[in-house]
Design a protein around this ligand. Structure first.
Ligand code: BTN
Length: 260
C-alpha cells in the first residue's frame, strides 16, 4: 500500500491535528500526513498551545487506523514510533552525532544543555479514538524546532527550547529533506508494529531520564525521584520515589531532569 496514503502540505492552517482528524473521520485511509509551515492554533499537550514561526519548524500530523492489531493499552506506541523516527531523521539531516538527541519521557525529543539540563527540540501529541479492544484511529502530531534561530524564539520559550539549526552550529535545516527522512524511517517502524513488533529496546535506551533525578508533574501535584527506566508494555515511567517506593507513572510530564 502507498505510504503515506495521503500527504498534503499547507502554507498555513489552524492545526494539522484538526485536519488529519477530519480526513480520518471522512474515510481517508491510513497513513495520512498533513504538514504545515505555520499553524494559527497549534495544539500542545495538556491543553497548551504550540507556537511556531513560518518555516522555523516542521509541523505535521500522522493519521493511523490500526484497527485490529493494536490494543488500546499499546496505543502509546504510535507516538513512540513517530518520536523515534523523527529523532533518527533529525540527527541525520542536521549532521549531528548519534546520541545528540534523546527522548524525554514520554516522547519529547531533547538535547543536553550546557547548564546540565535538557532543551526541548520537539514535542509529540497523541489523540486517539478507541472502541472496545481496538484503537480505531489515532492522530499523532509532532512539532520539531528545525530551522529556528535562538534569537527568534519567544522569550518565554527560550530557556527551555532549542532547535536543530542551533545544535548544528547554526547551519540551515531543510524541512523538505527532514520530512522525507522522517517518512522513510516511519514506514518500517509502522510495518513492524503491524507485524506485532515494537522496538522496546530502542525506545528504552533513548530515554534521557533513565538513571537521573527527575520531578514529574501529575496534574496539580509533583513527584520527585530517580527514574529507573520505562515499561515497554504499559509505556509507564518507572521511578524510585523519595520515600523508597517504586512508582509507575502512566501519564504526566517530566518538568525537571538534570544530566550533569
Ligand atoms: C507538546 O506539547 O510538546 C506537543 C506539541 C505537538 C505540536 C504538533 S505541531 C503539529 C501538530 N499540530 C498541532 O496542533 N499540534 C501538533
Amino acid at each position: 500500500m502507498k505510504f503515506p496514503s495521503r500527504l498534503e502540505h499547507f502554507r498555513a492552517v489552524d492545526s494539522t491535528q484538526r485536519v488529519v482528524r477530519q480526513w480520518l473521520d471522512e474515510g481517508t485511509d491510513e497513513v495520512a500526513v498533513a504538514v504545515a509551515d505555520y499553524q494559527t492554533a497549534g495544539r500542545g499537550r495538556q491543553g497548551k498551545e504550540w507556537t511556531s514561526r513560518p518555516g522555523g519548524g516542521l509541523l505535521l500530523s500522522v493519521g493511523f487506523k490500526p484497527d485490529d492489531f493494536l490494543a488500546p493499552t499499546h496505543g502509546w506506541r504510535l507516538a513512540a514510533i513517530v518520536a523515534l523516527a523523527m529523532r533518527d531523521a533529525a540527527e541525520e539531516q542536521a549532521g549531528l552525532k548519534d546520541g545528540t538527541l534523546w527522548l524525554k519521557w514520554p516522547n519529547d525529543i531533547v538535547a543536553d544543555a550546557a547548564d546540565g539540563g535538557l532543551r526541548k527540540v520537539a514535542g509529540v501529541l497523541g489523540e486517539s479514538e478507541t472502541s472496545g479492544r481496538r484503537v480505531k484511529s489515532a492522530v499523532i502530531g509532532i512539532g520539531i524546532n528545525s530551522d529556528w534561530k535562538t534569537a527568534d524564539f519567544p522569550w518565554a520559550l527560550s530557556p527551555t527550547m532549542t532547535s536543530l539549526r542551533e545544535l548544528a552550529g547554526r547551519r540551515p535545516i531543510d524541512n523538505a529533506a527532514l520530512l522525507d527522512a522522517f517518512l522513510a524511517r516511519l514506514e518500517p517502524r509502522y510495518d513492524a508494529l503491524k507485524a506485532g513488533t515494537f522496538d522496546a529496546g530502542g525506545w528504552s535506551v533513548a530515554q534521557r531520564t533513565t538513571g537521573r533525578r527527575v520531578v514529574v508533574e501529575l496534574g496539580s501535584e509533583t513527584l520527585a525521584g530517580v527514574a529507573t527506566g520505562v515499561d515497554p508494555e504499559t509505556g509507564a515511567l518507572i521511578l524510585d520515589s523519595e520515600d523508597g517506593a517504586e512508582v509507575r507513572v502512566d501519564s504526566g510530564e517530566v518538568i525537571r531532569c538534570r544530566v550533569r
